[in-house]
Design a protein around this ligand. Structure first.
Ligand SMILES: Cc1cc2nc3c(=O)[nH]c(=O)nc-3n(C[C@H](O)[C@H](O)[C@H](O)COP(=O)(O)OP(=O)(O)OC[C@H]3O[C@@H](n4cnc5c(N)ncnc54)[C@H](O)[C@@H]3O)c2cc1C
Length: 499
């Protein structure tokens, strides 16, 4: 891959003094306004926004391709495969829609993977284009902090391929090094024990799969492979699946997953993983305290993600960690002046691409001296792209009560929505959590068709502090799935129309 600036180094000095297009400074003398370490959604978004503020920006990424976990082994490939699964589901039910002659469709897994890879490649190229468009200096190599700024200038050490080291001078640094899958103690990923990386590269759809961990990642892979015929078992340590969601969502998706033939086990404590001749054997203690075993061809470990804060030179700084993640203030500043942190490495923020991107925009605004609005934890949408999907924002019913609100709840089932009938997709509901006193909408929780798209309306409603009364009189087009939100707002006052 072509990188800019040319980073072939000898004895710690750049071999090229060429002028970077769009700047009047020779490279060796360049002091960047901001240097970002990590080119995932947090890092590249921060870079672009900083360039839009007309700052001089460098982006250090160790991989030859920008995009991070999200583009290469996270959001994008999983959603690409989940869309294949959706099509597959539709084809299986084609006769119900009066489309005959489909017979028995067969899955060309290699072609499925090829399409996924083409999507990734297209967007990686798009990022290269955006870096050039915004005249961002793309530096390929591993970045590390060397210590506090001297006379307001930080030095980031970049180790390029071939172990050559070079300094990059910069007034501000944004750390955006992301995260990696946690493993269970004593296990290592290979062709049977998988993380998100290996599972996305499997050459065949497995006959059986045990998924440890029922957060969004575990649930999505469980949903996806079940659609393609895999015998799927979920083992979740906590008492419910998707534990960050409203309890009613966890309960209903458990019922629906079981209906689809997924073996869902909650309060299940994994004790041991052993290799068998053909696969793996997992021993766990079930919810009644009884030891159980389950065998499968593959095992996915989806028990959370650890921030990549290990080898960043943090020990040379005042940066503080909390459970391995970096503590920041509302402008994404760390305790080391001039050093910011964004994305998955930040403590107390959900590890989501859109949170990373927004935290990057905030850091860029702060550095540029422009206005910004801090991330509000209760305004972050959470999406799980299972069948059916989950989209939620704001407080759950329990959280609202714990915060002392007098809560009113409205719930509307998709069974009463005409567009859901047209789509043949009736499972799930919209649940609205509102404050009884002023009618403010505190949370919206959707399980059902296109929930991950529908939730955008609710995010705007919460951001604008919408009330039940305002929303009950907000016109929603007909026939749409969005009308289910209108009915759910009405249901808060016991006045849904279609149920
Ligand atoms: C299977 C899966 C599905 C997911 N689906 C979704 C989803 O649907 N929606 C959603 O919002 N989120 C999803 N996520 C989470 C999302 O991928 C992350 O929140 C997001 O990628 C975090 O962005 P980031 O920029 O902080 O880190 P990353 O995307 O991890 O990027 C960090 C980058 O930094 C580079 N890097 C690390 N250290 C250095 C260094 N020292 N020097 C130079 N470069 C370095 C890495 O190579 C990497 O490119 C998913 C995650 C997984 C695993």
């Amino acid at each position: 891959m072509k990188t800019w600036p040319p980073f072939k180094l000898s004895s710690g000095r750049r071999c090229s003094q060429k002028q970077r297009p769009g700047t009047e400074f020779p490279l060796a003398e360049t002091i960047y306004d901001v240097t970002i370490i990590g080119g995932g959604p947090a890092g590249y978004t921060a870079a672009i926004r900083a360039a839009e503020y007309e700052l001089k920006v460098a982006l250090i990424e160790e991989s030859a391709k920008l995009g991070g976990t999200c583009l290469h082994v996270g959001c994008i490939p999983t959603k690409a495969l989940l869309f294949n699964a959706e099509i597959w589901d539709h084809l299986k039910h084609a006769a119900e829609f009066g489309i005959e002659g489909i017979g028995a469709p067969t899955l060309n897994w290699a072609a499925v993977l090829q399409r996924k890879n083409a999507i990734i490649a297209k967007h990686a190229k798009g990022l290269d284009f955006l870096m050039k468009k915004h005249k961002i200096a793309r530096i390929e190599g591993y970045g590390r902090l060397t210590g506090p700024a001297l006379d307001g200038v930080h030095t980031v050490e970049v180790t390029a391929a071939g172990s050559e080291i070079s300094p990059v001078k910069t007034k501000n640094v944004i750390l955006a090094t992301g995260s990696e899958a946690k493993m269970l103690p004593g296990l290592e990923a290979d062709d049977r024990i998988l993380t998100n990386i290996e599972i996305l590269a499997m050459e065949q759809v497995p006959k059986s799969l045990i998924v440890i961990g029922a957060g969004a990642v575990g649930m999505e892979f469980a949903s996806l492979f079940r659609t393609f015929g895999t015998e799927v078992t979920i083992l979740e340590f906590l008492p419910r699946v998707v534990p960050v969601e409203d309890e009613e969502i966890s309960k209903e998706i458990t019922r629906l997953f079981k209906k689809r033939g997924i073996d869902v086990n909650t309060s299940a404590k994994v004790e041991k993983v052993e290799r068998t001749e053909t696969g793996l054997k997992v021993t766990y203690i079930d919810q009644n305290g009884n030891p159980k075993t389950k065998e499968s061809e593959k095992l996915l470990v989806a028990v959370g993600r650890a921030g990549r804060t290990n080898d960043l030179g943090l020990e040379n700084t005042r940066i503080e960690l909390e459970r391995g993640l970096i503590k920041v203030n509302e402008a994404q500043e760390t305790a080391e002046p001039g050093v910011f942190a964004i994305g998955d490495i930040v403590a107390r923020l959900p590890q989501l691409a859109h949170v990373g991107a927004m935290s990057g925009m905030i850091a860029a605004a702060k550095i540029a001296g422009r206005p910004f609005r801090p991330v509000r934890r209760d305004r972050i949408p959470g999406c799980t792209y299972t069948e059916p999907q989950i989209g939620s924002v704001g407080l759950t019913e329990t959280q609202a009560k714990e915060k002392g609100y007098e809560v009113k709840v409205g719930k509307f089932p998709f069974a009463g929505n005409s567009k859901a009938t047209i789509l043949g997709s009736h499972d799930g509901f919209v649940k609205v959590v509102a404050d009884a006193k002023y009618g403010e909408i505190l949370g919206v929780h959707i399980l059902g068709p296109q929930a991950t798209e529908l939730i955008a309306e609710a995010v705007a409603v919460l951001e604008l502090e919408g009330t039940v009364e305002e929303l009950m009189f907000t016109i929603h087009a007909h026939p749409t799935l969005a009308e289910s939100l209108l009915d759910a707002y009405g249901a808060v006052e016991g006045m849904a129309i279609n149920a």
